[in-house]
Write a protein that binds this ligand. Structure first.
Ligand code: ZN
Ligand code: ZN
Length: 114
């Protein structure tokens, strides 16, 4: 008599969905936290004062700061923060250029500092 019972591994996948959902919520919360952080506001204000003219049309006044690579694409907090606060990832734009940039890249609604 051979005793090779192969018990199926009892993988516990039940919590994966709930975990993913809470992760998504946490991410949104974290993105909002960045928008509201003093650090971001300081970087943003400093960046605009250093680049008062739109970096796209070089004509209009820059009123918005654009992230060349959206920081919401970061996979974790570290990556998101890096993208959000990296000056090399920023562009000072007027609202027209900002909208047209987003129309080209992503057909999403444009928030002021996206
Ligand atoms: Zn412009
Ligand atoms: Zn943008």
């Amino acid at each position: 008599m051979s005793k090779d019972h192969h018990k199926p591994l009892n993988k516990n996948n039940l919590n994966e969905k709930a975990l993913a959902a809470s992760k998504g919520k946490d991410k949104k919360k974290f993105l909002r936290h960045i928008y509201n952080s003093k650090k971001w506001k300081d970087i943003r204000n400093e960046y605009i004062s250093e680049h008062p003219t739109c970096e796209c049309c070089h004509f209009e006044l820059a009123t918005q700061v654009h992230h060349i690579k959206r920081f919401s694409t970061g996979k974790n907090k570290k990556e998101i923060e890096k993208l959000a606060y990296d000056r090399n990832n920023l562009m000072a734009l007027c609202s027209h250029c900002h909208i047209s940039k987003h129309l080209k890249n992503l057909p999403e609604s444009v928030t002021e500092d996206s």
